[in-house]
Write a protein that binds this ligand. Structure first.
Ligand code: GDP
Length: 289
């Protein structure tokens, strides 16, 4: 298991994470707030904007390969309408990284122009990555930096000095990302975080998670259920609970609903149930009247 997934967020840890992130932010020009494109809102730290303050930042929806492309577009639009810089990438497969670099340069353009007017030659753009566990921070750092600069792990008990890693000619990146805590209060957010693997499954009931996921699949991508020999007629006739019972039976698992649920969640995480966004973009938009 990855270390980041075993973090217990006690209040002391949260205060420390906040302090460290706030300190590091002083050292950079632009903050990259990394989220999971399948759950852009649910994977945002609740007070990230407070932590970032006035510093220029961009919200980067990573794992776009796993999310519904239309929903991702709408999320980006929503964030842009809120006055934020937003872009989607797939760090795993190196997609969208050049567009991200271009956006970072655009963000710094006005500052650089001011500097040039004053006769100051702009230096490289300093970056840090900030986000909750499992959104792909280490993956992005590795992709940005390439194979030539090995990233060494922190030895237990030894505080490592921050290092600046070169990203091409134009950027420097802090080698340690800022790790923030996820949202805990809303039970639905907890389910989405568990389904995507951001928090430990053991904290929640597998069948609860599977029912939640099935509900979303029935709405957004019923085709995916063909994998379990579920027809559109079944979907139309059965409740989500009955669907889970039928899938369990079709898997030959008798009444082992937990195992069937585990397999469904695993299939989703392994991208075998299609590209699906669990935070539907329209939910965040408030309509008047
Ligand atoms: P961190 O905890 O934020 O540093 O997250 P990691 O970089 O360790 O990534 C968590 C998991 O997500 C790993 O299994 C990565 O391989 C995977 N991952 C990261 N970025 C992407 C992406 O863009 N697409 C997909 N499909 N998987 C990704």
């Amino acid at each position: 298991m990855k270390l980041s997934q075993t973090i217990q967020w006690f209040p002391g840890h949260m205060a420390k994470a906040r302090r460290e992130a706030t300190e590091r932010i002083q050292m950079v020009d632009v903050v990259i707030e990394l989220v999971d494109a399948r759950i852009p809102e649910s994977s945002r730290n609740p007070i990230v904007q407070e932590i970032i303050g006035q510093k220029p930042s961009v919200i980067v929806l990573n794992k776009m390969d796993l999310a519904n492309p239309q929903d991702t577009k709408r999320w980006i639009q929503t964030y842009q309408e809120q006055g934020m810089h937003a872009i989607a990438i797939d760090a795993q497969h190196n997609k969208g990284l050049n567009a991200l670099k271009k956006l970072l340069q655009d963000i710094m353009k006005p500052v650089h122009e001011e500097q040039r007017k004053k006769g100051v030659k702009p230096r490289d753009i300093r970056l840090m990555i900030l986000g909750i566990p499992n959104v792909g921070k280490s993956t992005l750092i590795n992709r940005f930096v390439g194979k030539n600069q090995a990233i060494t792990g922190n030895k237990p008990g030894v505080t490592k000095a921050q290092r600046w890693l070169k990203v091409g000619q134009q950027f420097s990146l802090l080698d340690t990302p800022g790790i923030l805590w996820p949202k805990f209060e809303d039970p639905d957010v907890g389910k989405k975080l568990a389904i995507t693997g951001a928090i430990k499954d053991q904290l929640l009931h597998m069948d609860d998670l599977a029912l939640y996921l099935l509900d979303r699949l029935v709405d957004a991508n019923p085709e995916a259920l063909k994998r379990y020999n579920i027809s559109q007629n079944d979907i139309d006739a059965l409740s989500t609970v009955d669907l889970l019972l039928l899938i369990t039976e079709k898997m030959g698992l008798r009444e082992d609903y937990d195992e069937a649920s585990f397999r469904i969640i695993h299939d989703f995480r392994s991208h075998r149930l299609g590209s699906l966004t669990l935070d539907p973009p329209y939910e965040s938009v408030s309509y008047e009247g």
